[in-house]
Write a protein that binds this ligand. Structure first.
Ligand code: 6R9
Length: 651
């Protein structure tokens, strides 16, 4: 038994399947041999400045070259000191300079099925017009612009327009409440907000402008509200404050050159929820972030000029920032952008899109994959998915059985899967397979990318023993790392840098296996301590999900007088009745897979589990429910309150 005081986590679930990359994939891959990876990795570690200097000069446009590659005084990093670049230039103009002006940058499909394609030339004109309009409306370099919009091309255009003039965007996911918008506007002292009249969601119109109007009653810093007409519903416009996009943007000449900006100019802030307290505005800057998004995109997605790349995230999350806008566009990719939901008008919508646009690379989240499994294979079987060559996953750990389904049903057993681990704070992907070389293991994010040095420590700051889990930290700096928490230096230091001196604390637990592969074990707060054994929630969940009747599982600890904590599992089932017999069967199944130690003491059948709006299971709320407590802390990111209500009713 592990000494409970050591802070190590027991690893209990063994996954031994191994999937080498297909030879045809390797033959054409950007990184095609282990030696090539080793060389990049070692160079980034041993000659950090030389490596990143080369990368920056080759992959970004510089109005003025930098004098120094990196200046780091923990926890503050500056990259490409003294240089001047512009992320909007890198994502738009640079592609035109390189001869990609007529290449589609965005292929867009709206929820009702309307479509639009914008080439890089067309994108440039639209971005310039929007930037010109922002200037006309009084936005200046350094001002914060809130963006609360549906997934239309204008959302990406608005982000790039801010970047063009050195304004800081703060994108707020269009599912958030008026209260959450007001909090973010206030915290950032935003000057202008961009929104739309409404938003299509599963055939209904959500009144975005109305929500913004409510938020603006509590957002004294906002002077102007720029409104895109998307759905054509009636919206009241406040004289002197509200202006239509088509009135101020469309009339502009569309020629504004990108402003040269210092490398460390703030590019954006993006709010991310803490488990308690108000959301933190994570701050990223221009050059380092843009380069990190660009390099990681190229390495991980093996991007080639003829790819049709689809990231299903919303631009309201970091995944949309880095892997819809700044990474792929600075690499000249053709990006599919989709406004709607995966199950509207029917559960085959995603697969219909893959077939229609001949998508070659698809990047989505485990929560979506588990939903597809639950909805049934018939929705997938109807479509020709043979254009796909690479699949990605992000946002949560992917349970091995969901991984296998993705591999077999979607990838036709021929597409490598890149399980990418990273965070809003890291700016871009930190650990992931490289699809041409990494033999994958279902459930492992495999190895660090060049420039990333992970360390796993116990609570006393010492390295954990092999095969045990502990706190995942990163040796700083890397170009894409967060530069701060907006307006709250103390929280920045306290949250990320105070626990282990000199290391960035990710807040996740992980283990590294004998092959040097990393396995994320969930958030530090989610560990369950059963009779002195510290277990990771994901391992128990994955054991449950490997049972054919289980679609999704969320596991938490609840107080227990004898064992310290008992294991409570919330389980969503498919094709079976929720009987006592099934409950027993599931307990035995976990016992067989992992051992008696991890057998759930309690299994509750649930129609759904509470998730954040970005699809992550909120175990914190489930812990409260399992313990019979009222939940404390921030619930503003909860997606569907009715799920919570129905779980409470189960008590
Ligand atoms: C990109 C993004 C970050 C947290 C992170 C971790 C979880 C993300 C994961 C993963 C296991 C993966 N997470 N990717 N866990 N495997 N491949 O999701 O950013 O919204 O800031 O969340 O998400 O717990 O710490 P963000």
């Amino acid at each position: 038994m592990t000494d409970p005081a050591s802070g190590q986590i027991d690893h209990v679930l063994d996954e031994t399947r191994l999937f080498p990359p297909p030879a045809e994939f390797t033959a054409k891959a950007v990184i095609s041999s282990e030696e090539q990876y080793q060389e990049l990795y070692n160079r980034a570690r041993d000659d950090r400045d030389g490596f990143w200097k080369e990368q920056a000069l080759e992959h970004l446009h510089w109005f003025k070259p930098f004098d120094q590659v990196c200046q780091f005084e923990a926890p503050h990093a500056e990259w490409f000191v003294g240089g001047e670049t512009n992320a909007s230039y890198n994502c738009v103009d640079r592609n035109i300079d390189l001869g990609r002006g007529d290449k589609p940058a965005i292929i867009w499909e709206g929820e009702p099925g309307d479509t639009r394609t914008l080439t890089y030339n067309e994108l440039r004109t639209e971005v310039c017009k929007c930037a010109e309009a922002l200037l006309e409306l009084g936005v200046e370099k350094g001002d914060v612009v809130s963006i609360y919009m549906p997934m239309t091309p204008e959302l990406a255009i608005a982000m790039l327009a801010c970047a063009r003039i050195g304004a800081i965007h703060s994108v707020i996911f269009a599912g958030f409440s008026a209260e959450s918008i007001a909090d973010r506007n206030q915290d950032a002292s935003a000057k202008l907000i961009i929104t739309s009249d409404g938003l299509y969601r599963r055939g209904k119109v959500l009144p975005l402008k109305k929500t913004v109007d409510e938020a603006l009653e509590k957002s004294p810093s906002i002077q102007t509200c720029l409104v895109l007409r998307r759905v054509g519903n009636d919206v009241p416009m406040t004289e002197g404050r509200d202006v239509w996009w088509h009135d101020v943007v469309d009339k502009q000449p569309g020629e504004l050159p990108a402003v040269p900006l210092d490398s460390e100019t703030t590019l954006f802030i993006l709010y991310t929820s803490g488990s308690t307290g108000k959301p933190k505005g994570i701050r990223h800057t221009t050059a380092g972030y843009n380069l990190w998004a660009n390099r990681t995109f190229q390495w991980v997605f093996d991007h080639r000029d003829d790819d049709v790349y689809w990231c299903t995230a919303d631009c309201g999350w970091i995944t949309g920032h880095s892997y819809i806008v700044y990474g792929p566009m600075s690499a000249g990719a053709t990006c599919l952008m989709f406004e709607g939901a995966p199950n509207y008008p029917a559960e085959n919508r995603f697969w219909e899109l893959v077939e229609k646009y001949k998508v070659t690379i698809m990047y989505t989240a485990p929560t979506a994959i588990r939903a597809f499994i639950k909805w049934g294979d018939e929705h997938v079987d109807k479509h020709d998915l043979s254009s796909l060559r690479l699949l990605g996953s992000v946002g949560e750990g992917i349970n091995p059985e969901a991984w296998m389904w993705y591999h077999e049903k979607i990838g036709g057993e021929k597409c490598p899967i890149v399980d990418t681990w990273w965070q809003t704070e890291t700016g871009g992907i930190m650990m992931s397979p490289l699809p041409g070389i990494t033999a994958t293991k279902p459930g492992s994010c495999t190895k660090p990318l060049p420039g990333v040095i992970p360390v796993i420590l116990d609570e006393t700051g010492h390295s954990v023993d092999a095969e045990h889990g502990g706190m995942l930290c990163i040796d700083p700096p890397w170009p894409g790392m967060l530069r701060g928490v907006w307006g709250d230096e103390e929280r920045f230091v306290e949250t990320y840098w105070a626990t282990v001196k000199g290391k960035y604390l990710t807040g996740d637990n992980a283990r590294c296996d004998a092959d040097g592969y990393y396995w994320i074990m969930g958030r530090i707060d989610d560990v369950i301590n059963v009779s002195g054994h510290r277990l990771s929630t994901i391992e128990v969940e994955s054991a449950l999900v490997s049972h054919e009747a289980v679609a999704e599982a969320a596991v938490v600890g609840r107080p227990d007088d004898i064992k310290g904590q008992a294991i409570a599992a919330f389980v969503t089932i498919k094709d079976r009745e929720p009987t006592e017999e099934l409950r027993q069967e599931l307990r035995m199944h976990v016992r067989k897979q992992i051992g008696a130690l991890a057998q759930p003491d309690e299994i509750r059948f649930a129609a759904g589990v509470p998730k954040t709006r970005s699809g992550k299971i909120m175990r914190r709320l489930l812990r409260d429910i399992a313990a019979g407590r009222e939940s404390a802390g921030d619930t503003s990111t909860l997606e569907d309150f009715s799920v919570l209500a129905s779980l409470r009713a189960e008590d």
